[in-house]
Design a protein around this ligand. Structure first.
Ligand SMILES: Cc1cc2nc3c(=O)[nH]c(=O)nc-3n(C[C@H](O)[C@H](O)[C@H](O)COP(=O)(O)OP(=O)(O)OC[C@H]3O[C@@H](n4cnc5c(N)ncnc54)[C@H](O)[C@@H]3O)c2cc1C
Ligand code: SF4
Length: 525
C-alpha cells in the first residue's frame, strides 16, 4: 500500500546523493515519467510542494478538502481574468489529479494540425500516431472506463479496458435532449474504475461507488489520481518522493541545470542530479524559470498562456437528480468538435456538482445572495448542469509575468494576463445557445449560464524551432543542458479535449526520450 499520511511534513530526508534524475512536481506530467525512469533502474527522486493525501484521509466534505488545491495567491489580469484557487491546480502527491474530475478523452488527430488545416493557431510538433501507443498504455495502466466503441476521434487499438460507468441524472437528461436534435452522445471515458483493478504499489483499487465527490478527492482509490497509480508504481520500483518540498530555485553550474533548492519544514535544502525535469504545472514552471532567466533565449517563457472555453449551463428540473451522485462526467458528445465559423471546436459534457461548489458558482454567477440564495439552494437536488470544453488559440496578449508583489516566501507572485479572442467568444456563444436549447427541451426552467475558463496551459511551449519554443518535441530545453520540462506548460495549443490523459501520454513519451539520451551509461536495467 502507498504510505498513509496526510498533513505536515516532519520525516527526515533519505540519502539522495548520486541521483540520475530529479523531478519537480508529481502531477500528470511528473508522475508517469517518474515511474518509467524508476522502472528502468535509474536513481530518481521527486520534490513535491504538497503533502500526501492518501484515500483513507479524504473526507466527504468539500470545505475540508480545500488543502488539495494550490491556494497561494496568483494575480489575474486581462479582459477575462482567470479565476485561480479551486479552479486552478493541485498541491499534493498526485498534483491536480487529486481533485480532477477524471474525464479522459483522447485528443483528435486534427487537434495536432490546427494551423495546417485552418491557417490559424499552431501545429503540434508531433502527431496523433506518435501518441497513440502511449494513450493505449496509460488507459490500460490507470484503468479508464469507457464504451466498447467510441464514435469520435482517431483510430484505437481496442476498446477501453473497463466498461463505462453509470450515467448520472444530468447525463440522462442530456442524452434525451441531444437525441431530439440529432446530436450523438456516448458514455464518456473516465479515469475511474467500473470494476476492481490491481495496482502495483497500491494494491486492489475498488470499483467506483458513485459517491460523486471526485473533485474533493476519492476516498477509495477508484479514481485514477496519480498517487494511487503511477506514483505508487514509481515508489514500488525505487523512486523517492519527498513531499512538502517546495522548490524555490534551480541550481546551475556553467549554464547547466544540476539540481534544485527547496524549502521543507521551514529549512532550506538542496538536491543535485544529472538531469532535472521541471513538472510544476503551467504557472509554477514558467514562474521558476522567469525568476532565474533560465531556458528563455526564445523569449517564449510565460508566453501564449491558454485556458479552455468552459461555459456551463444550469437549470432546474422537476426530477430529483441528486446531482452529487455518480461520476460527474458520465456522458459526452464530440459532434461539435468542428463547427462552422469557428477555428477548432468543443465537446459537451454532463455535469455533476457538490453542494458547496454549486452554491458558490450560483452566488457568484448570478449575484444572488441572502434569502434568495437560500431559497434557490433548497432546490439543489433538482439542479441540472451541462458544460463544454472548447479549444483556445495561443495569443501574444495572453501571458504570465512576475509581479512586483512578493509572496510569503519573498518570491514574486505570478500574474496571468488572459483575454479570450474573438474565436473563443464565437465558440462560447455557439455553445451557450446549443446548451440552452438542450435544457429547454429537457424541461429545465430558470436556466442560467456561467462563462468560464478552465485549465492552465501553454507558457513553455514545445516546438522544433528554438527561436519560437522553449523545449523540443520531447521536452528537452532547447538552450539549457540538464533541463527538461514535462507538464501542461509545453502545450503549443489547447486541444479541444480535457488535457490530463494527453499529459500522461506525453510524460511517458518524454521519459522514453530521456532514457534513450541517458543510455547506455546510466541505465542499469
Ligand atoms: C477543478 C479541476 C478539474 C479538472 N478536471 C479535469 C478532468 O476531468 N480531465 C482532465 O483531463 N483534466 C482535468 N483538469 C486538469 C488536469 O488536472 C491538469 O491538466 C493536469 O493535472 C496538469 O498536469 P501538470 O503536471 O501540468 O500539473 P499538476 O497536475 O498541477 O502538477 C504540478 C505539481 O507540481 C507541484 N509544484 C508546483 N510548484 C512546485 C514547486 N515550486 N516545488 C515543488 N512542487 C511544485 C504541485 O504541487 C503539483 O503537485 C482539471 C483541473 C481542475 C483545476
Ligand atoms: S464517484 Fe467514484 S471515482 Fe469519484 S470520488 Fe466517488 S468513488 Fe471515487
Amino acid at each position: 500500500m502507498a504510505p498513509e499520511r496526510t498533513g505536515p511534513v516532519n520525516a527526515a530526508l533519505p540519502d539522495l546523493r548520486d541521483l540520475d534524475v530529479l523531478v519537480i512536481g508529481t502531477g500528470a506530467g511528473g508522475a508517469p515519467l517518474l515511474a518509467r525512469l524508476a522502472s528502468a533502474g535509474l536513481r530518481v527522486a521527486a520534490l513535491e510542494a504538497g503533502v500526501r493525501h492518501p484515500p483513507s484521509g479524504i473526507a466527504t466534505d468539500e470545505v475540508a478538502q480545500a488543502g488539495l488545491f494550490w491556494m497561494d495567491e496568483r494575480l489575474s489580469a486581462g479582459g477575462d481574468p482567470v479565476g485561480f484557487g479551486r479552479n486552478n491546480s493541485g498541491r499534493g502527491v498526485g498534483g491536480s489529479t487529486l481533485h480532477y474530475t477524471a474525464y479522459t478523452p483522447r485528443a483528435h488527430p486534427d487537434d495536432f494540425t490546427l494551423h495546417s488545416d485552418t491557417g490559424q493557431g499552431v501545429d503540434w510538433p508531433l502527431t496523433y500516431a506518435d501518441l497513440a501507443p502511449y494513450y493505449d498504455e496509460v488507459e490500460t495502466f490507470i484503468g479508464v472506463s469507457g464504451p466498447a466503441e467510441y464514435p469520435w476521434g482517431g483510430e484505437r487499438s481496442g476498446p477501453y479496458p473497463h466498461p463505462p460507468l453509470p450515467v448520472n441524472g444530468a447525463g440522462l437528461l442530456m442524452e434525451r435532449a441531444c437525441a431530439e436534435v440529432g446530436i450523438r452522445t456516448s458514455p464518456a471515458a473516465n479515469a475511474a474504475l467500473s470494476r476492481p483493478q490491481e495496482q502495483e504499489g497500491f494494491g486492489l483499487r475498488p470499483a467506483c461507488s458513485n459517491r460523486g465527490f471526485c473533485q474533493a478527492g476519492c476516498s477509495t482509490g477508484a479514481k485514477a489520481s496519480l498517487d494511487v497509480t503511477f506514483l505508487a508504481l514509481a515508489e514500488a520500483r525505487g523512486a523517492v518522493i519527498v513531499d512538502g518540498a517546495q522548490v524555490v530555485a534551480l541550481l546551475t553550474e556553467g549554464g547547466r541545470v544540476t539540481g534544485a533548492r527547496f524549502v521543507r519544514g521551514g529549512r532550506e535544502e538542496t538536491l543535485h542530479a544529472g538531469t532535472v525535469v521541471l513538472a510544476a504545472g503551467a504557472v509554477e514552471t514558467p514562474r521558476l524559470l522567469l525568476m532565474q532567466g533560465l531556458a528563455n533565449s526564445s523569449g517564449q517563457v510565460g508566453r501564449n498562456f491558454m485556458a479552455h472555453v468552459g461555459v456551463q449551463v444550469w437549470g432546474l428540473v422537476d426530477e430529483d437528480l441528486r446531482p452529487y451522485r455518480g461520476i460527474p462526467g458520465g456522458l459526452i458528445s464530440e459532434d461539435t468538435h468542428r463547427i462552422p465559423g469557428v477555428i477548432g471546436g468543443y465537446l459537451l459534457q454532463s455535469l455533476g456538482v457538490m453542494p458547496v461548489t454549486y452554491a458558490t458558482q450560483f452566488a457568484r454567477g448570478t449575484g444572488t445572495w441572502g434569502a434568495a440564495l437560500t431559497e434557490h439552494l433548497r432546490q439543489y437536488r433538482h439542479v441540472a448542469g451541462i458544460n463544454v470544453l472548447g479549444d483556445c488559440l495561443p495569443y501574444g496578449h495572453n501571458y504570465l509575468e512576475l509581479s512586483a508583489e512578493p509572496d510569503a516566501r519573498g518570491l514574486p507572485k505570478p500574474r496571468v494576463h488572459f483575454t479570450f479572442g474573438e474565436n473563443e467568444r464565437r465558440m462560447a456563444a455557439h455553445a451557450e445557445t446549443l446548451m440552452r436549447d438542450l435544457w429547454a427541451r429537457a424541461g429545465a426552467r430558470d436556466v442560467w449560464a456561467l462563462p468560464r475558463a478552465a485549465h492552465t496551459l501553454g507558457t513553455a511551449r514545445m516546438g522544433h524551432d528554438p527561436r519560437g519554443s522553449v523545449v523540443d518535441p520531447w521536452g528537452r530545453a532547447h538552450d539549457t543542458p540538464g533541463l527538461w520540462i514535462c507538464d501542461n506548460s509545453t502545450f503549443p495549443s489547447a486541444l479541444a479535449v480535457n488535457p490530463a490523459l494527453t499529459q500522461m501520454a506525453l510524460s511517458l513519451r518524454t521519459a522514453d526520450a530521456l532514457l534513450s539520451d541517458l543510455r547506455p551509461q546510466q541505465v542499469t536495467a
